[in-house]
Design a protein around this ligand. Structure first.
Ligand code: ACM
Ligand code: ZN
Length: 554
């Protein structure tokens, strides 16, 4: 008997004889994000050689959660677990059923585990997939390892009844692939880890000063030139003299590769939102085509971090033709409802000194360069909305007037989000104070170099996306939240995982779990149990102090 089978037997033995109320074994039910309602029960379901997985109706979409869980179990438990069509809640079955009655939320689901069978129901395939991730976390961690559950009786699922649905419809993770490039396989791994914790949006930051990472067929120099930088700054480089590593860095995704990512994400019911930065953070584009800037001067792809004066010229129509061409190709790759157009950190100094930009200000009757930025974003919003897309922009898009229909991503605190919600615009909360996972998470000494700050897990967990300043009606505009991972100081997948995890798991719980059900200490207890699973997946998560030691000692 393996250690797991033994543990399973011990659980069954310990639980039998207790009343339902006395059954208090959270280690059997260590699920992140915590389900809205979980009733623990006695006994277990054991997957064996005769267990079948049935789906009703069986179609391309419902196949995805069924095959996901079946393949995982087959690999670890060496059971055939055939996937068949059928709604009958028969014995020794895992049953997945589309059922609109179980939840008002498309991602909601019920999961009932008894000794007889496992029944997972949801109004949608997406909800079945979320429920499948719960089922996955109820299985022993060894389900993550090939051959991990081969002993008889090892593939055991503790009995329970779960009624679950997400608190927010937008639960995102962001990844900056401009500052450092991550391969298709690495992005897929990031999506895999997101899927485990029920994230549903991947915000892919594809362009910035230090690299243009998406193939645009009409403008080949964007990748031929813009995807490569000759070297990278060492350290923070607060002031000259700057020291560089002398090593070229580059990479980009072909359109086929980007489509492959979109499909991989969609198979996990994750939407990919691409970000094409404008009007600022445009140096890589300008290095490729100098006529995109106000000065037309030749520039190199940036090798330092920060905010740079050279931005897209707002006066030249050729720049808008370029951006529209780019976005036409981008919308052809990404089926998401949203396109992120950036909008943050755009210095106005070039526009102030550019005859074309000044002419534009005059002709359009604009007050100043802030209104020119708003005019710029509004023009792009019009273009995208005429192509059936909505825009998201960082909260600077509020300055000089918010484009109609724009969704605001509030990053400089929650102020921008509050302002936008009061203006009846949708909002995604991602304040630096709680959601910037590129900040230090332990005490800075002894940590790998990061951009700065101090954002321990406890603080991430404490974030409440619905501000008290908003009325219940205004709060409806808060779609959800997102963890951001900027990669100036993150150049490897292992370091990326170290920065993102487990903080992203706290983001996942805040996005999913009812506020009333959240409890940091209890989250930590679940996290400890889940670590065995993370170790088997091979996630390089941070293992230091998760508590906010500074605030606790202040
Ligand atoms: C940002 O962090 N500049 C959105
Ligand atoms: Zn200009």
């Amino acid at each position: 008997m393996t250690r797991i089978a033994f543990a399973a037997l011990m659980i069954t033995m310990t639980v039998s004889g207790c009343s339902r109320k006395e059954v208090n074994m959270p280690e059997r039910y260590s699920i992140i994000p915590k389900p809205a309602e979980l009733v623990m029960a006695k006994g277990s379901f054991i997957i064996d050689g005769k267990t079948e997985l049935t789906v009703s109706p069986l179609n391309d979409e419902t196949m995805l959660p069924a095959v996901f869980i079946a393949e995982m179990i087959r690999k670890s438990a060496a059971v055939p677990l055939p996937v068949k069509e059928g709604p009958e809640e028969a014995k020794n079955r895992i049953v997945m059923v589309l059922d609109t009655a179980v939840s008002d939320d498309t991602e909601g689901y019920t999961l009932s585990v008894t000794a007889k069978n496992i029944v997972l129901k949801s109004p949608s395939a997406a909800g079945l997939f979320r429920g499948a991730q719960t089922l996955r976390q109820l299985l022993p961690p060894q389900v993550e390892a090939e051959g991990g559950l081969t002993a008889e009786g090892a593939a055991v699922v503790p009995a329970c009844h779960i009624t679950d649905a997400p608190r927010f419809s937008y639960r995102g993770m962001h990844l900056d692939v401009s500052r450092h490039f991550f391969t298709v396989e690495e992005v897929k791994r990031y999506l895999d880890i997101m899927a485990l914790h029920k994230f549903n949006v991947f915000h892919w930051h594809l362009t910035d000063d230090q690299g243009w990472r998406i193939e645009i067929k009409k403008y080949p120099e964007l990748t031929a030139v813009g995807s490569q930088r000759k070297e990278t700054l060492i350290g923070h480089g607060g002031r000259p003299p700057f020291v560089y590593d002398g090593t070229p860095h580059g990479g980009f995704y072909t359109q086929d590769q980007a489509r492959e990512i979109v499909k991989y994400a969609a198979d996990r019911f994750i939407t990919v939102i691409p970000e094409i930065e404008m009007p600022g953070h445009a140096v890589a584009a300008i290095a490729s085509y100098p006529w995109l800037s106000c000065t037309g001067k030749e520039l190199e792809v940036q090798t330092r971090w920060g905010v740079f004066d050279d931005v897209f010229c707002a006066g030249r129509d050729t720049v808008f033709a370029f951006l529209e061409d780019v976005l036409t190709e981008v919308t052809g790759i990404f089926p998401s409802e949203y396109i992120h157009i950036g909008g943050d950190e755009c210095p106005k100094v070039r526009w102030e000194n550019c005859p074309a930009c000044q002419k534009r200000i005059k002709e359009e009757g604009l007050k100043d360069e802030h209104e020119l930025q708003s005019w710029f974003i509004t023009r792009m919003e019009k273009y995208l909305s005429s192509h059936g897309k909505k825009i998201i922009g960082w909260d600077e898009i509020l300055e000089g007037g918010l484009a109609p229909g724009a969704t605001v991503m509030s990053w400089r605190g929650i102020k921008g989000g509050i302002e936008a919600a009061k203006m009846e615009h949708d909002v995604i909360m991602t304040p630096t104070t709680h959601m910037y996972l590129d900040y230090y998470q332990g005490e800075p000494h002894g940590e790998p170099l990061a951009i700065g700050g101090y954002l321990p897990l406890e603080r991430v967990y404490s974030f409440e996306p619905l501000p008290d300043e908003l009325s219940p009606e205004e709060q409806e505009y808060i779609l959800g939240l997102q963890g951001n991972v900027w990669t100036e100081y993150i150049s490897t997948m292992s370091h990326l995982e170290y920065m993102a995890f487990p903080r992203a798991f706290a983001v996942a719980e805040t996005g999913w779990t009812p506020e009333m059900k959240k409890d940091f200490e209890e989250f930590l207890a679940r996290l400890e149990i889940l670590k065995e699973r993370y170790d088997l997946i091979g996630i390089n998560y941070f293992k230091g102090d998760y508590r906010n030691t500074r605030e606790r000692t202040q």
